[in-house]
Write a protein that binds this ligand. Structure first.
Ligand SMILES: [Fe+2]
Ligand SMILES: [Fe+2]
Length: 126
């Protein structure tokens, strides 16, 4: 099962809570895909998209306040992912979520949190 792990902790409580919520919805999506629950899959990806939009907004405003130098690049990664997620949501309507979609989302999130998000940690803490 997909889950948030302490290795992905930024040490910023609010952001960690949001990352955990995102992983919870990703786990729901994974189970919808495995059980071929088409309607629930649409619901789960819609919730995921909602939590991600909220999280990106909060993260970006914290980086801005901290004067994080790589803000623009980070925001571009967020924007590209939101576009992709929107496409996957549309694609999910009327068909089962594919295992490839789940793997893509997991890999993107693990990679983004593990590298791109971790880079702002020292700035947010100082
Ligand atoms: Fe994040
Ligand atoms: Fe991020």
């Amino acid at each position: 099962m997909i889950e948030w792990t302490p290795a992905l902790s930024t040490g910023v409580p609010l952001l960690d809570e949001q990352h955990k919520a995102i992983f919870q919805w990703l786990a729901e999506l994974e189970s919808a895909a495995a059980d071929e629950r088409t309607l629930f899959g649409v619901y789960a990806i819609t919730r995921l998209k909602h939590y991600i939009r909220e999280h990106f907004t909060v993260e970006e405003s914290m980086m801005k306040s901290a004067g994080y130098p790589d803000l623009v690049k980070h925001m571009a990664e967020h924007a590209a992912f939101r576009t992709k997620l929107g496409e996957l949501q549309v694609k999910s309507i009327g068909q089962d979520i594919s295992a490839d979609t789940v793997v893509f989302l997991r890999d993107w999130l693990v990679n983004h949190i593990g590298k791109t998000d971790m880079a702002y940690v020292p700035y947010l803490k100082s």
